[in-house]
Design a protein around this ligand. Sequence first.
Ligand code: GUN
Length: 281
Amino acid sequence: MAKIIDGKKISAEIKEELKQEVAKFKEQGKEAALAVIQVGNDPASSVYVRNKKRACEYIGIGSLSYELPEETSEEELLKLIADLNAKQEVSGILVQLPLPSHMDEDKVIRAIDPAKDVDGFHPQNVGALVIGQKGFVSCTPAGIIELLKRSGVEIAGKHCVVIGRSNIVGKPMALLMLRENATVTVTHSKTQNLKEICKQADILIVAIGKKEFITADYIKEGAAVIDVGIHRDENNKLSGDVKFDEAEPLASAITPVPGGVGPMTIAMLMNNCVETMRRDA
Ligand code: GUN
């Protein structure tokens, strides 16, 4: 029987802590505001953007939202980012991804001032993570570290297997686990003997993007299993990359979907926004 890691509860605790921290900063006359840019009206992106604005309100920081039409030119978007970079009252800038196909995502991310890049996507922040320097860290992997720590899962010295090598999750996840002194193996869709490798993991972090791909025979008894996947079926039921019912009896701790990793992303985004207030404390 695994301990179910309650991401909803942990996320709520973090947001509560941040709310109190923000209140103290405000007493000192400090403010923070997050600018959120969405281009086009992808329904999933609209939900994320709305939730980000709500979280800002909850913890007591400002939010500015820019909803640009699908046909906005890259040049116009870059101009808006330059304006927001220059605005002293804007402490964080987030461009919701994916962007329409006529835009170069890398170029747009590079245009954000690294000191305001609360998503942690700018090459300067990614580079800082690689060499162990201070900088913003991508929110989902940062949230997974918090989940593990607050659930009492020991990381140092353990073998962590990460499935997935995206810039947003897999790569920063591997670097963060390394920073926590885990022994890290990064696997992906072309990895041979994936099952055998996963079976050696003390901590298995799954971001493969395939519904219920990880079955009992990928899991070592007593492993902690973290499921980053999210899939919606025709009845709107959510499931992850891990077959929960098979994994749960084997694991020592496991995240459910929904209510595991998902809620942590926004909590860590809020933490990055508050970091802009801590910086010059
Ligand atoms: N699209 C999906 N996840 C994310 C995220 O964490 N940040 C941004 N900006 N866009 C996303």
